[in-house]
Ligand binder design. Structure first.
Ligand code: NAD
Length: 380
């Protein structure tokens, strides 16, 4: 099988879907691995490192149409998908709840498109979970970024010139990104508080040395995949009231509250931002799905009239592309390896497997994912 990794054509993308380490694994499986020269240049992997593990480099994107499997990072375009040969596979992220046109294009091009952001949240699938691997880095980087922008230091310092109090960090949303943000802020010596609508995370917050902010919202819960359920308008209002004081006392607020496949809830209102001290920092990790904070502008840093900096930069993992690529490429290689038929040396597309069922968007010219197929739409 010919596995091909192009250089990303997306503006601002710094990562790659194939690293020398993941390529080595795929070559070891018996695949022919071809990549576009320069694919790792923004993430810190040289062409020579790819050649050293047996990857054939090509100067342009002309191999896309010959490949059996195309590995992509970030998102793609309908034109790129239609450039693949019929019956081939696409492995990447289609963001299907937002980018319906990509799913349509993949079906039209008659390719089997796997969108790994749809990976089921099971133990066995963890090593293939691109959302988790990238959210982890985004959570880490949110603290690094906020720390760099803050006019204070994070740890307590007792010096002959006086004592500096530790900075106060408030993390809203304690999924993968939030947990990593808490851990990073704690390592830097901040005093950390956190809140999530899923009460099950309280223990995790405490185990990281942070305080869980208790707000009684009544019945909240989570889906069978571990994602938060949407709050009612009354619950959201209660949450805002419960948080206003904590926000006002915090030097850094990091919001990561997302709802899978839906717009993010707006949690931090204009009034709450107005209550924060000048020089405070808000990092909104939900900016790409509408933002958790009033006044967030995607891919911008906004300074409010009271001097609060709201950072709405999307995909913070793009700032640490070497590690982000290492994890993303490993997720993809683990996925291919998991289903690899070592005798035939081909990817075994087992339609009945729950991982395949969860991620396979299109096959045989049709949209086959249960959440997106036309038959599902009619029956809803
Ligand atoms: P996510 O990115 O969808 O959301 C981030 C967090 O925001 C979640 O913890 C969610 O509960 C929270 N949130 C939503 N609305 C909120 C609100 N109004 N106020 C406060 N918080 C709110 O979540 P995620 O990082 O993908 O993780 C979701 C869960 O899935 C976590 O428990 C995580 O540990 C689990 N998980 C499991 C696996 C696995 O088993 N393979 C993999 C990844 C994540």
């Amino acid at each position: 099988m010919l596995i091909y990794a192009p250089k990303s054509q997306q503006n601002g993308e710094t990562r790659t879907a194939l690293t020398p380490a993941s390529a080595k694994k795929l070559v070891g499986l018996g695949a022919e691995v071809v990549a576009q020269a320069g694919l790792g240049e923004l993430s810190g992997y040289s062409d020579q490192e790819y050649k050293d593990v047996g990857v054939t480099l090509v100067p342009d994107d002309s191999k896309r149409g010959e490949a059996d499997i195309v590995l992509e990072v970030g998102t793609t375009t309908p034109a790129l998908l239609s450039g693949q040969k019929p019956g081939s596979m696409f492995v990447g992220v289609l963001n299907p709840f937002i980018e319906g046109a990509l799913v349509e294009a993949a079906a039209k091009a008659n390719i089997s498109a796997f969108s790994l952001d749809m990976m089921p949240r099971t133990t066995i699938a963890q090593k293939m979970d691109v959302l988790s691997s990238q959210a982890n880095l985004a959570g880490y980087y949110s603290v690094v970024l906020a720390t760099e922008r803050l006019n204070k230091i994070l740890p307590m310092m007792m010096t002959p010139a006086g004592t500096l109090a530790p900075a106060k960090v408030f993390v809203i949303g304690v999924g993968v990104a939030g947990l990593q943000a808490i851990a990073t802020a704690r390592r830097l010596g901040a005093r950390v508080q956190a809140f999530d609508t899923r009460p099950v995370v309280e223990e995790q917050v405490k185990s990281l040395g942070a305080k869980f902010v208790k707000i009684d919202l009544g019945e909240t819960g989570q889906t069978d995949q571990g994602y938060a359920k949407e709050l009612t308008a009354e619950q959201l209002e209660k949450q805002r009231q419960g948080m206003a004081k904590v926000c006002a006392q915090s030097d850094i607020v990091i919001t990561t509250a997302k709802l899978f496949g839906r717009k993010a809830p707006q949690i931090v209102t204009e009034d709450m931002v107005a209550g924060m001290a000048s020089g405070s920092i808000v990092v909104d990790l939900a900016a790409e799905t509408g933002g958790n904070v009033a006044g967030t502008k995607l891919d911008e840093e906004v300074i409010t009239s009271n001097g609060v900096r709201i950072i709405g930069l999307g995909k913070l993992e793009l700032h640490v592309p070497k590690h982000a690529s290492q994890m993303y490429a490993a997720n993809l290689a683990n996925f291919l390896e998991h289903f690899w038929d070592s005798e035939e040396k081909v990817f075994g597309l087992k339609r009945e497997d729950e991982i395949i069922e969860g991620c396979l968007m299109t096959h045989d010219g049709a949209i086959v994912h249960p959440k997106f197929s036309k038959s599902t739409e009619k029956s809803q």
